[in-house]
Design a protein around this ligand. Structure first.
Ligand code: B12
Length: 213
């Protein structure tokens, strides 16, 4: 278990981009049987949100944001296999990617983790994914395509993917998410579901497949 002080240190280490300390503390939490889902939700994600606030306030710039992201990813890499461990038949085959022009992937990686943990088979296409790659994933038998966008400038790319899939005659379901996306936007572009966060992504994929309301 991590003490409150260690959790504070972890929070600061993410904000400061101190990957080594992040890895050390998350590894300690793992070996000590700490609830890793709670650590992620209550300490690590809020740390990334604080980084975003500092960026918005002009207190830090892209390089600092990048090292913070790398530090966060160091912790996620330890947590992912544990939260994702599942020995069930996959509920469905899902593919995910950050849309073309968007290089943000921390949130997407969390969604991957949660979907795997919920029993879905997930193929991660990475970042800056062109429309054709999503269509090809539909051809490989994926039942749901998940799109992530963090930028106002890449949000319209989601509509482009939806239209591209429609015009190519793909019947795959589309689920969208990311900080700039809303349920209204999902309705507007004809996406099948919207998820606000990683747990919400699981519900959204289930909704799109008619497995939940
Ligand atoms: C880290 C970061 C970066 C890193 C990304 C590293 C990486 N590997 O991801 C770097 C430094 C590369 C970066 C670059 C840029 N960034 Co940036 N970045 C951030 C930051 C600080 C954190 C994002 C993050 O990881 N959040 C934590 C995760 C857990 O949250 P999340 O991504 O929202 O994901 C959750 C939900 O949205 C949802 N979700 C996400 N995807 C999906 C998908 C589905 C299907 C579902 C259902 C749900 C879902 O679930 C996730 C988990 O809960 C944000 C600020 C912020 N507070 O968001 C700015 C931010 C997104 N960036 C911003 C900007 C402007 C940029 C740059 C343009 C800066 C520049 N001038 O170069 C570039 C653009 C690069 C590009 N082409 O993509 C702006 C965007 C403003 C806007 N509305 O357009 C933000 C909001 C900062 C700000 N306050 O101005 N960035």
């Amino acid at each position: 278990m991590l003490t409150e002080e260690e959790k504070d240190t972890l929070f600061d280490a993410i904000c400061d981009g101190d990957r080594e300390t992040v890895v050390e503390l998350v590894d300690k939490a793992r070996s000590g049987g700490h609830d890793l889902g709670a650590l992620l939700k209550d300490t690590m994600i809020p740390a990334m949100a604080a980084v975003g606030d500092q960026f918005s306030a002009g207190e830090i710039f892209v390089p600092e944001m990048l090292v913070a992201a790398r530090a966060m990813q160091g912790g996620i890499d330890i947590i992912e296999p544990i939260l994702a461990a599942s020995d069930h038949e996959p509920l469905a085959r899902v593919c995910i990617g950050s849309v073309k022009g968007d290089l943000h992937d921390i949130g997407k990686n969390l969604v991957v983790m949660m979907l795997k943990g919920a029993g879905f088979e997930v193929e991660d296409l990475g970042v800056d994914v062109p429309n054709e790659a999503f269509a090809a994933a539909a051809d490989r038998g994926h039942q749901v395509i998940c799109l992530s966008a963090l930028l106002t400038t890449t949000k319209p790319q989601m509509l482009s993917v939806v239209n591209y899939l429609k015009e190519a005659g793909k019947t795959v379901k589309v689920v969208i998410g990311g900080a700039v996306v809303t349920q209204d936007y999902a309705d507007k572009i004809g996406a099948d579901a919207f998820g606000e966060d990683a747990p919400g992504a699981v519900k959204a994929v289930k909704r799109a497949l008619g497995m939940a309301n």
